[in-house]
Design a protein around this ligand. Structure first.
Ligand SMILES: *Cc1c(COP(=O)(O)O)cnc(C)c1O
Length: 383
């Protein structure tokens, strides 16, 4: 039943009906008081979500637009930066930084392992010219979470450096208190924790980031955040924004406020735990270490069988879309997204579909039903 496809990938994520209906409304003029009111409300709620008193600016574009905006609005040609790279999205940061002529020092970790904060500390202590530390908080390609709080703490003690973070799959899934942790730039995108379709991205800027902006000389026009700030102060946009996407954003953020941050974080924690334990109970192995695992995505290694066969079979038989591995991990892992508009039933359904599929393929190493039993036990008690 292809019409009933369930997305369990780490973006785009499922969209609630309220949000879909908001998208279907007639567009309104983006220079009207009605639209300004929507900008005002969504901006307030975005600050709530980021736990910041600073600015959160919305750009019509995908998450990468927000990443690029974060770099070009705070840095200058030839600036030295440190980029963390332990997956596909860390690689993207390196590419963006290099595209703008920055001098990039890359700190790597094997895909599936977290970045080591002490390596950042070491370079920061020995090089006072570093202008930015740039990392991915939740590395979607591997299901690893990096220690953003610790790395940000080291950056705070440096005279010049600012902390830039991709929080695309951590914001709205686990605690990311921007002001408390001293993060200067946070990039995120609408199709992840926001429970809405792709098309909007968000850049949060601290005062330190605006100070850096005064000196930044990298070329920019559409992504020039000072123009978003100027318009934003009047509850407006520099260009024509995705008007209907703003309708959706308003509904999505209202739903998030009704649930509350703590409840949202707990739901993601329970779903992660239920997924991880069920996967192990089925005799499969987790790709990322449980102590450093992302709240929104679980990657599973499949040693004896091509992961793509499992994924295709689950899509064909059960209409559930799971994500595959990227680059050298293609065929070696598959990934379950549990981000955004996901409930307990979705988790049980995904686990039972995986179990049934492994059984069909003759690769299930545990008694059938074990995964579902373990997951349901975790889901029925609160953490
Ligand atoms: C999805 C995602 C992005 C944004 O990708 P776009 O395709 O540009 O929206 C960036 N970083 C991470 C970690 C992601 O998961």
């Amino acid at each position: 039943m292809k019409e009933k496809l369930t997305l369990m990938i780490p973006g785009p994520t499922p969209v609630p009906e309220k949000v879909l209906q908001a998208l279907a409304k007639h567009p309104i003029g983006h220079r009207t008081p009605e639209f300004q009111e929507i900008v005002r409300q969504t901006t307030e709620m975005l600050k709530w979500l980021h736990q910041t008193k600073g600015d959160v600016l919305s750009i019509t574009g995908s998450g990468t637009a927000a990443m690029e905006a974060g770099i070009i609005n705070t840095l200058s040609h030839g600036d030295k930066v440190i980029c963390g790279e332990n997956g596909k999205f860390g690689e993207r940061w390196v590419k963006v930084a290099k595209a703008y002529g920055l001098k990039v020092e890359v700190i790597k970790a094997t895909w599936g392992k977290p970045l080591n904060p002490e390596e950042f500390k070491h370079i920061l202590e020995n090089d006072k010219d570093i202008r930015a530390v740039i990392i991915t908080h939740s590395e979607t390609s591997t299901g690893v979470i990096n220690d953003l709080q610790k790395i940000s703490n080291y950056v705070k003690t440096h005279p010049k450096a600012i902390m830039i973070a991709d929080c695309v799959t951590s914001l709205g899934a686990c605690n990311v208190p921007m002001d408390d942790w001293g993060i200067d730039v946070i990039a995120s995108g609408s199709q992840k924790g926001y429970m809405m379709p792709p098309g909007l991205s968000f850049v949060a800027m601290s005062q330190k980031a605006w100070d850096a902006n005064m000196e930044s000389n990298l070329p920019k026009f559409y992504l020039d955040l000072s123009s978003y700030k100027k318009a934003g102060d009047k509850n407006s946009n520099p260009f024509t924004p995705g008007v209907n996407l703003y309708f959706a954003l308003l509904e999505g953020l209202k739903m998030m406020q009704e649930e509350g941050l703590e409840n949202i974080f707990n739901r993601h924690k329970r779903h992660k735990k239920a997924t991880q334990e069920a996967i192990k109970a089925m005799g499969l192995s987790l790709f990322a270490d449980e102590n450093n695992s992302s709240p929104s995505i679980t990657a599973i290694s499949t040693k004896e069988i091509d992961a793509e066969i499992i994924r295709k079979s689950i899509k064909d038989d059960f209409d559930i879309l799971l994500a595959g591995g990227q680059d050298h991990l293609k065929g070696k892992i598959f990934r379950i997204g549990h981000l955004g508009f996901v409930n307990d039933r979705d988790i049980l359904t995904a686990i039972s579909a995986i179990e049934a599929t492994l059984n069909k393929l003759g690769k299930l190493k545990a008694p059938i039903g074990k995964g579902v039993a373990v997951a349901s036990e975790i889901l029925l008690k609160s953490l």
